[in-house]
Design a protein around this ligand. Structure first.
Ligand SMILES: Cc1ncc(COP(=O)(O)O)c(C=O)c1O
Length: 424
């Protein structure tokens, strides 16, 4: 079949009949498939299981500094975990605060603190017109946090290099703009890594608000799928060069290295930012879960150990991504109704279907037993004006399920496009 938009009505009707038949055959299988959230599969988590034998009566509970990890204390984390995260993020250990199991929780908490106690200036709640910049498509949970705290969400378009910096530079002239969400490496969902040019311009921003912060969520810092890794410039070094050391707050976690429910998260930044955050932590807790930190520290002695482990994870993940990409390529290329990303790492493939069809595609998939992330979720307020973007998360199901799911997806994309073209 040639491009749908160039085909005549008779050809399209014939194609629609065939596609409908294919769809109904898949529907009759009563499938139950889920490609909605970026959860690691059992096969990935199983690779970290030995961690549970690394801390206990036989192996002891003390870290390299002799701290008994069962007890209170160690507010900002064990030395070895700070060193490990410093290696992963290319920072110094004293720039790292090790948290609990969730970096998202640290982002939420940082904004909650800024709301009530400010970020070196007035509390953010005093700014009634407060706004947050949201590169799109982006991570729905980032947008949800900013919305929860009463920010107006401002979509910023992205291209293959990252957020369109002209738009960011213009918006930060507004004093009520307090922050921007960035997933700079293997971004969620489009899998791109910000170019050096974008990182440098981001670092050189001159925001009107002196308490503006870049929320640099490097969740996929070591999550390559192939042998060649995307390189991301160090935002902190660039900010220092530009005279803006306090601009970035950097986050990461081991959720997709070990266990999302029992990983270790970190937040990092300039000496000023770290001092401010640590000062507030004294009131929050008497100490984090250091036993889990110790398990991680004993499993990964340095970045190289993490990289070796990530290669094993990638060997499990790659066939799942490849199954989706192969299906998209063989079923949809040349039809002029969809484009998709081919990421070098991370957890997602971003699919753009014909304008006005994303919701219909997710509905068709749901009717055939397959759950996708709701259409629109990758945009502020869940509103994709073009109704075109669909986030595909292939990590959780097994390869066989993924292949079936990709089949359902491709048929649904064709179905929705043909329906739309023929009704016009
Ligand atoms: C960009 C991004 N940040 C953060 C998270 C969640 O991180 P954590 O498990 O550390 O809270 C995810 C999970 O999908 C993510 O995609």
């Amino acid at each position: 079949m040639t491009e749908y938009l160039k085909a005549d009505k008779a050809e399209l009707e014939k194609e629609f009949k065939a596609v409908r038949k294919e769809y109904e055959a898949l529907r009759a299988l009563h499938l139950s498939l889920d490609m909605s959230r970026g959860k690691p599969g059992f096969d990935n988590m199983d690779l970290s299981e030995k961690m549970f034998d690394l801390v206990g009566n036989d192996t002891g509970f003390k870290n390299i500094s002799g701290i008994d990890c069962r007890n209170y204390g160690g507010l900002d984390g064990l030395t070895e975990m700070k060193t490990l995260f410093a290696e992963i993020l290319d920072l110094k250990p004293d720039q790292i605060i090790v948290g609990g199991n969730s970096s998202l929780n640290m982002m939420f908490d940082t904004i909650a603190q800024a709301m009530t106690h400010g970020m070196g200036a007035e509390p953010w709640y005093e700014c009634k017109e407060r706004k947050f910049l949201c590169p799109v498509p982006g991570y729905d949970r980032h947008f949800a946090i900013a919305e929860y705290f009463g920010f107006k969400l401002i979509p910023i378009e992205m291209d293959s290099e990252g957020p369109i910096m002209e738009q960011v530079e213009e918006w930060v002239q507004d004093e009520t703009v307090k922050g921007i969400w960035c997933v700079p490496k293997y971004s969620n969902p489009n899998g791109i890594t910000y170019s050096d040019r974008v990182v440098k311009r981001m670092a050189a921003l001159k925001p009107k608000a002196r308490d503006f912060r870049i929320f640099w969520d490097n969740a996929y810092a070591v999550h390559d799928l192939y042998d060649t890794s995307d390189e991301l410039l160090n935002i902190y070094n660039e900010c220092v060069k530009a005279g803006n050391p306090d601009l970035p707050l950097i986050f990461t976690s081991s959720s997709k290295i070990t266990f999302p429910g029992a990983g270790v998260a970190a937040e990092a930044g300039s000496p000023n930012n770290v001092a401010m955050l640590k000062d507030r932590m004294q009131y929050q807790t008497i100490g984090p879960d250091k036993l889990n930190q110790l398990r991680h520290a004993r499993m990964f002695h340095n970045r190289s150990d993490v990289e070796k482990h990530m290669k094993k994870l990638a060997d499990k993940l790659r066939p799942k991504f490849d199954a989706v990409l192969t299906a998209l390529e063989s079923n949809l290329s040349g039809l002029g109704i969809a484009q998709w990303t081919k990421p070098n790492g991370g957890y997602f493939i971003s699919l753009n279907v014909m304008d006005g069809c994303a919701k219909r595609v997710t509905q068709l998939c749901a009717n055939a037993g397959m759950t996708l992330t709701p259409a629109g979720a990758t945009y502020p307020y869940g509103y994709d004006a073009k109704d075109s973007n669909i986030r595909i998360a292939p990590s959780f199901p097994n390869v066989e399920e993924i292949s079936k799911a990709a089949e359902v997806l491709c048929v649904s994309v064709k179905y929705a496009a043909l329906e739309k073209i023929l009704e016009n």
